[in-house]
Design a protein around this ligand. Structure first.
Ligand SMILES: [Zn+2]
Length: 112
């Protein structure tokens, strides 16, 4: 049985937990958990995090920090997993649109 050796990491990202909220363990909420996301999903996760940080949603900066420039492939190799609800919320088009509008409004008012 090949246990993964405890390699030292400078940053502690709990890949045992939901990558997005880092709160609950995957064991607790199996039906609502994506254990093996597709590459496309992880790419969308990264892109959505980027865009939401860009629009000034600071609550996602910690998540961006966790991604720390890793590609979707690399995250998959680390067996990234997350709650369906967290993912849905993160990639929610309406939320992103709202953030975008707020951001653009902010930009516009700064120009006055
Ligand atoms: Zn979560």
């Amino acid at each position: 049985m090949a246990e993964s050796s405890s390699n030292k990491k400078s940053k502690t990202v709990e890949f045992e937990l939901c990558f997005i909220c880092q709160l609950r363990s995957k064991e607790t909420d199996y039906t609502n958990y994506v254990l093996h996301p597709s590459l496309l999903s992880v790419e969308k996760l990264i892109a959505s995090t980027d865009v939401r940080c860009l629009y000034g949603e600071t609550e996602f900066s910690a998540l961006k920090d966790r991604i720390s420039g890793l590609s979707a492939n690399e995250l998959l190799q680390k067996s990234v997993s997350y709650h369906k609800t967290c993912y849905k919320d993160l990639t929610n088009k309406t939320h992103i649109e709202r953030a975008k509008r707020r951001y653009e409004k902010g930009q516009a008012s700064q120009c006055q």
